[in-house]
Write a protein that binds this ligand. Sequence first.
Ligand code: HEC
Ligand code: HEC
Length: 393
Amino acid sequence: MKLGSRPTIVPARGTVVVCLVGVALASGQAAAGGQTASTQKPVMAEDILKNVQVLRGIPLDEFMGTMGFFAAALSLNCTDCHVGAALDNWERYADDTPRKQTTRKMILMVRAINQANFGGKREVTCYTCHRSSNRPKVTPSLAEQYGTPPPDDPDELESVEQTPAPGAPSADQILDKYIQALGGAQRLANLSSFVAKGTYTGYDTSDAKVPVEVYAKAPGQRTTVAHVSVGDGTTKDSTTVYDGRAGWISMPNTLVPMLVLTGGNLDGAKVDADFSFPGRIKQALTNWRAGFPETTIDDHEVQIVQGISAGKSLVKLYFDRKSGLLLRQVRYADTVVGLNPTQVDYSDYRELSGVKLPFRWTVTWTDGQSTFEMSEVQLNVPIDAAKFAKPTP
Ligand code: HEC
Ligand code: HEC
């Protein structure tokens, strides 16, 4: 099983590398009693995992991020490097295989290249050579040299800022148009909470639709609870919480039932919570920039605006030039081996009490894809504070 050639942006691919978050989520240990995630020492990969020789000293969720990065950089599934038995028994990820051994050597090689040639700066990553293939190419291709180059990936991190054409909109103007398109600053300012119900599909549901609820409270708390089948007719909650400071993911069917979010993962959860209340979008990020080349998403011309999140992650936003609505968010979470992109595509905007909200969104990342479709959204309803507490698996 291989991913499509561009796993992070092709929504309709058949096979998905799915196992990563399962383990990640699986392996995080609950925050020590009473303490919050931000005050405790994060759980390190080697505290939980059995056979970590190179990627030591990083939090567990970041370790799992490196696995997603490898899968994406080489277009390999988890069990292309790990034994197949790991799919049924998470402990078997610790077994060594020839590809795992090669990978360890490659990690050290990349570190040495960057150390020796780039002053330790991470200029070279697995992707530099591998480009979504397990065997890097060696000989230049005349077909590529003389053929039509493939279209630019609109998610390319390295989009180069142009000198804006005269009259090109600034970041501020694009954001203002978005706020206007959603119903205007006044109406958005009155949005203080919402509860949404609908369906969720993801790797942990084997692509079946299961019920999901989303709870969001201004300025920046957000919880998603999906009811995932665990066999014999019973379901368990698969929960993602951002409480305004700390974040957790708790999932059934995994080795360790809870993952404490750190670094770029925590930052991403904050961005999603903040973006639930778009009236405050200008405060959610800093260093706003526009003036990138325009691109298209599904035949919609889009304008790109870029910002930096509180945790210093780069966030790119793609606004429909015509409607002004936000079609896509791409953010990058840092790991020791490279940046991992996460993409959220928003659609099916519907109006409720004069405010437009997306009823459908799809999250695509290096290890899988989840789709949320809402059928009912209630605005400004009281939400029990317990909904934003650390989940109990
Ligand atoms: C390119 C090869 C490669 C791919 C693809 C890969 N891994 Fe790994 N994985 C490794 C290596 C190498 C290690 C050991 C790292 C070390 O020793 O520091 C490892 C270690 C692990 C461990 C720790 C096991 C233990 O107890 O020691 C887990 C869990 C894991 N991988 C899960 C995954 C999952 C889930 C995926 C799919 C998203 C995945 N891996 C994809 C190479 C890979
Ligand atoms: C400087 C270029 C370069 C970089 C950077 C690089 N690799 Fe490689 N890698 C290679 C080459 C070349 C081969 C093929 C060697 C061969 O054919 O024997 C290879 C082979 C591999 C293989 C074996 C594939 C197979 O199917 O047998 C794995 C796994 C691998 N690399 C993982 C990684 C990972 C993970 C990283 C990042 C930490 C990485 N590589 C970074 C050049 C690179």
